[in-house]
Ligand binder design. Structure first.
Ligand code: BEZ
Length: 253
């Protein structure tokens, strides 16, 4: 009887490990892993930079292939926003290498071809990392990771998480938009409304007292208040991008 109880407890604990999910505001769980670009010590190797850690279900599958080509094509754009990319699937290193070689040699998608994936792709055959990050969602698949996207800030904190099911390829414009919006919030102490993009008005923090609420409704300065709790202000696109994006060096003429 005691043995059966122990077995049940172990099964429950294992199940809890699989479904444990880090949350927004948590420190990114750390791990060491083998990748297609060598070993990594996560998140310490990325201190001082943003990093997007994302999972995909499997190598040599079409939706994943389309996503990898798109992400690889955008790597320079993310790098300019001080953000590195790290992929993961529950496959071995040699499968990863073979798949990335096939992508470069054979696959054409959305006008992209000859695409070389130069960001690290983690081998996670043991599912150790996938379990730590709640990338296995047993109702969807017990053996393949769902399409998870973790945004981790320069201090190693999880700032946003997006999950997609196996059949749905991600929207990379949205992933980039979310990254820029969070960096804008940090740099300018503002929030960003629905569908915000650089150049659009931003939201200032809500009034914290009746006095400030009254001021907001009567002031005629730079704020535009729909009501005391909903005030926006202009934030120039150039000001945002100048502060966020790395400067590109002009070549000497
Ligand atoms: C795909 O990447 O095409 C895929 C992977 C797993 C399940 C469904 C689709």
């Amino acid at each position: 009887m005691g043995e059966l109880k122990n077995d049940i407890m172990e099964t429950i604990q294992e199940q809890e490990k699989i479904t444990a999910m880090p949350r927004i505001g948590d420190k990114a769980p750390d791990f060491k892993a083998i990748t297609t670009q060598g070993d990594i010590n996560f998140p310490y190797d990325y201190k001082g930079e943003w990093v997007i850690l994302f999972s995909h279900p499997a190598d040599f599958t079409p939706v994943c292939t389309s996503e990898f080509m798109t992400f690889a094509n955008l790597e320079g754009k993310f790098d300019k926003a001080n953000c590195k990319l790290v992929g993961l699937s529950i496959d071995g290193l040699y499968s990863h290498i073979a798949w990335l070689r096939t992508i470069k040699e054979k696959i054409e998608f959305n006008g992209m071809k000859n695409i070389e994936v130069t960001f690290p792709l983690i081998e996670d055959i043991t599912m150790e990392v996938a379990k730590k990050y709640g990338m296995i969602q047993p109702g969807e698949s017990k053996t393949q990771a769902v399409r998870a996207v973790f945004f981790i800030d320069p201090k190693g904190m999880i700032r946003a998480i997006i999950y997609y099911p196996l059949s749905l390829g991600r929207n990379f414009d949205e992933i980039y938009r979310a990254l820029i919006a969070m960096q804008t919030s940090d740099k300018f102490s503002v929030a960003t409304p629905a569908d915000w993009n650089p150049g659009d008005d931003v939201i200032i923090s809500p009034a914290g007292s009746c006095g400030v609420a009254e001021e907001r409704m009567t002031s005629t300065d730079e704020l535009k208040c729909e009501d005391w709790f909903f005030c926006t202000k202009k934030l120039d696109e150039k000001e945002v991008l100048d502060k966020i994006l790395k400067k590109t060096k002009l070549l000497a003429e």
